[in-house]
Write a protein that binds this ligand. Structure first.
Ligand SMILES: [Zn+2]
Length: 460
């Protein structure tokens, strides 16, 4: 109990946390910082240097599933797995701003469960959502997460902010696509369930005094509306019903009177196919400026830039720096200064010396088509990945060395690439976030977008 005020005090001193900034919400699988040892973490990303731009995301699904045992005579035998509130977060993560969520990938869960279901359990629904629980597909099988279990597991992680359990409104199942009526019903059920679970969470915050003030609540808001054709963005011009769905949810949340409410999470935003940016801009405009707008998941660098271009106080969930490192890719976008941002077409490409992919990355892993490692442009390149980058990797190692590590399948290659990729991504977000005004931000955004949309021109 006494640890809560201490944690709050520490966070207040180490993380001034400017509320106007746009931040990366880095997904930390299993409650640990990806790739880095505590010592490297402190050297590469000191908490006070990244407080303005980095949040760490902990998912209950990944972090809190613990093995359970039972007594058989004098022996303890394994019984299975359960969500537990006794999980401790790595102490090296404590000085960073942290956010707890149920899971980062509801949709992937649904798809994984669907494929398993169709192969082995055709007669059962793939993902079961009832008012009592949400089924989570985990590395140790499917497990039910009830609002009560989720609450205790989530507050046990002692994060600064918590996202209550929500229903994303997934329409996948083992019985094929839903009809228009089925879709409408499913959407309404998802909205009701999300509201019910959010209220449940807030009332538990109020009735469990030791946790009541420990974390801010980021309320989930479903970014879908009923439609026979599937998911469409909210709100859509001229469709008053969808406006009503979206605004109803928001006014319900804002009028709930919970004084720990400090953010809104746009659920399902990443799966929208139309007018994602417009939907988000409208939502941001409706929120009080001191309230964070959060997205749990983004799939591409283009999406991150898109969200950054909107403006202030947005948390962007992603695992891209980790994914790029795992795929042996080095982020190589050039950060323009506000002064030269206008020179979009003539911007220097810093002699990347290799083709950039759609995420602004250079691929380092030899392909099946070309196993001759000497043909890669970085094979004898003694320059750092980016000459202007101040990360540990670029200060100490050459492109040729990193490429050699990739070819030798050394884990160090991924670690060095992760450090560089996260560092450069944070610098990119900081650049857009600190733009003097909206015009300057748009210029910087277009400059960066041009780089990843015209990748062929960078083939020097
Ligand atoms: Zn670097």
């Amino acid at each position: 109990m006494s640890s809560v005020p201490e944690r709050r005090k520490r966070s207040a001193t180490t993380s001034p946390s400017p509320i106007s900034s746009t931040r990366i919400l880095l997904q930390c699988p299993d409650g640990v910082f990806p790739y880095l040892t505590p010592a490297l973490l402190q050297i590469c990303f000191p908490p006070d240097r990244v407080a303005d731009v980095l949040l760490l995301g902990l998912a209950v699904r990944d972090t809190c599933l613990q093995p359970t045992t039972y007594h058989d005579g004098n022996k303890r035998k394994p019984r299975g797995y359960n969500f537990s509130s006794t999980t401790k977060v790595d102490r090296w993560m404590l000085p960073y701003q942290r956010v707890t969520v149920p899971t980062f990938d509801y949709l992937q869960d649904a798809q994984a469960a669907e494929s398993t279901s169709s192969s082995s359990r055709n007669d059962q629904a793939a993902v079961t959502m009832t008012n009592q629980h949400a089924m989570m597909w985990t590395a140790n099988g499917r497990h039910a997460l009830t609002p009560a279990v989720y609450f205790h597991a989530a507050v046990g992680l002692a994060s600064h902010s918590v996202v209550p359990l929500f229903d994303v409104g997934s329409t996948s199942g083992s019985h094929g696509p839903l009809s228009a009526n089925g879709m409408r019903k499913r959407t309404h059920t998802a909205l009701q369930r999300t509201t019910q679970w959010r209220n449940d969470f807030v009332s538990r915050c109020c009735t469990v005094p030791e946790h009541g003030t420990s974390a801010d609540v980021w309320a989930p808001l479903n970014m879908v509306r009923e439609d026979a054709a599937g998911r469409v963005p909210l709100p859509v011009e001229g469709t008053s019903h969808s406006q009503a769905l979206w605004k109803d949810q928001l006014s319900d949340i804002l009028n709930s009177g919970h004084n720990g409410l400090s953010g809104i999470v746009a659920i399902g935003w990443e799966s929208l196919e139309e007018d994602r940016l417009g939907s988000l801009t409208n939502l941001r405009a409706e929120l009080p400026s001191n309230m964070t707008l959060a997205l749990l998941s983004t799939q591409t660098l283009g999406q991150i830039l898109e969200v950054c271009s909107i403006g202030h106080n947005i948390a962007i969930g992603t695992n891209l720096p980790t994914k790029w490192a795992c795929q042996a890719k080095a982020l190589c976008v050039q950060l323009p200064s506000p002064k030269n941002a206008k020179r979009v077409k003539t911007v220097e490409t810093a002699e990347c010396n290799a083709v950039l992919d759609a995420d602004g990355c250079v691929r380092l892993r030899p392909t099946d088509n070309n196993r001759d490692v000497t043909t890669h442009p970085w094979f004898r390149d003694r320059r750092p990945i980016l000459p202007d980058c101040q990360c540990l990797t670029c200060r100490s190692h050459s492109r040729a060395y990193i490429y050699h590590l990739v070819c030798a399948k050394e884990l160090l290659a991924e670690i060095l690439l992760f450090i560089h990729n996260l560092h450069l991504l944070l610098d990119t977000v900081r650049l857009l976030s600190n733009a003097a005004n909206d015009d300057e931000r748009q210029l910087l955004y277009k400059n960066l977008l041009y780089q990843i949309q015209n990748t062929n021109t960078h083939n020097i």
